[in-house]
Design a protein around this ligand. Sequence first.
Ligand code: GTP
Ligand code: MG
Length: 285
Amino acid sequence: MTIQWYPGHMAKAQKQIKERLKLVDIILEIVDARVPESSINPMIQELGQNKPVLLILNKADMADAQKTQQWIETFKKRGITAIALDAQHKAKLPMIEKVAQEILADKLAKKRAKGIRNPVIRAMCVGVPNVGKSTILNRLMHKNIAVTGNRPGVTKNQQWLKASERFEVLDTPGVLWPKFDDPAVGNKLALTGAISDVVYHADDVVVFALDYFKQFYPNQLRKTYQATDADLEQSSPELIMILTKRLGFKEDYDRFCIKFINDARQGKLGRFTLDPVPAEAKGND
Ligand SMILES: Nc1nc2c(ncn2[C@@H]2O[C@H](COP(=O)(O)OP(=O)(O)OP(=O)(O)O)[C@@H](O)[C@H]2O)c(=O)[nH]1
Ligand SMILES: [Mg+2]
C-alpha cells in the first residue's frame, strides 16, 4: 500500500477529490466504526465546499455496539448525519440512499418544483485506506448494473455507477490520507489497518492497545490469551513479555505483537471501539 500522506500524494489526492466533488450532490465519507473520530479526515469539509456529508460508520460488526450508537448521537449533536453499516451484509445498504434522500430533501423538492420528476442523487465515496470504500461500492451495485457512461467534465474513465434509478455513485472512491498529529491516533489507525505496516512499530501499537484493553476490555484479554488478574495488573510492556511466553513464543516479543495486531484486525479479540465517546453523549449509563 502506498503511503497516502506524503505531501505530493496529498496535493494530488486533494486536487482530484476537489474536481470530482463539483459533480456530486453529497459526499459519502466512510470511516471505520472502531475509530469513528480518528478515521475522519477534517479536510473533506474544506474540500467539500459545503456539500452535505453522510458519515458512514462501516465495519460496525467489529465495533462496540453501544459505543457506535453513542457516537452516532455525538455526531448528530455536531450537526453530522451518521449511520452504522456492515458492508459485508447487504441488508442495511439501502439505508445509504434513503438517508441521502432525507439529507437532500430540500434540493430534491426544488428540482421537482422545476419539473424534474425523478431527480437523481449523485454521490461519491471518500475515506482513509481500508475502511471499506470498495466493498460498499460493489455492494451498492447489486447486480453490477451497467455504468451510465462518461459525463462531460468527469476525469477520463471516470464513470457513474447506478445504484438505483435515482442514485448514482462515482465508480472510484477518493482515498484520503489519515490525519494524525497525535501518536495515539496513529496507533489506533495502525491497529485497525488504515495505515501501512511500514510506518508504525508493532510494539508501540501493542503497548497502546494493551493499555486500552486492560481498561475497557479486560475480559477479551482473559479470553483470547488466558491473561490472569495478576497479569492484567502488570504494565503493558511486562504484559507483552508474559503473554509472549504463554503463547510459547519464548522471547520473540515481535512475534507476539504482530499476532496481537492481526488478532485485533481479524476480530479475534472481540468487538472494540478505540475512540472514547465524549462524556456528553453517554447519557446516564
Ligand atoms: N468485518 C467487516 N469487514 C469489512 C467491512 N467492509 C469491508 N470489510 C473488509 O475490509 C477490507 C478492506 O475493504 P475495502 O473495501 O478493500 O476497503 P477500501 O476502503 O476500498 O481500501 P483501500 O482501497 O485500500 O483504500 C476487506 O478485507 C473487506 O472485506 C465490514 O463492514 N465489516
Ligand atoms: Mg478500495
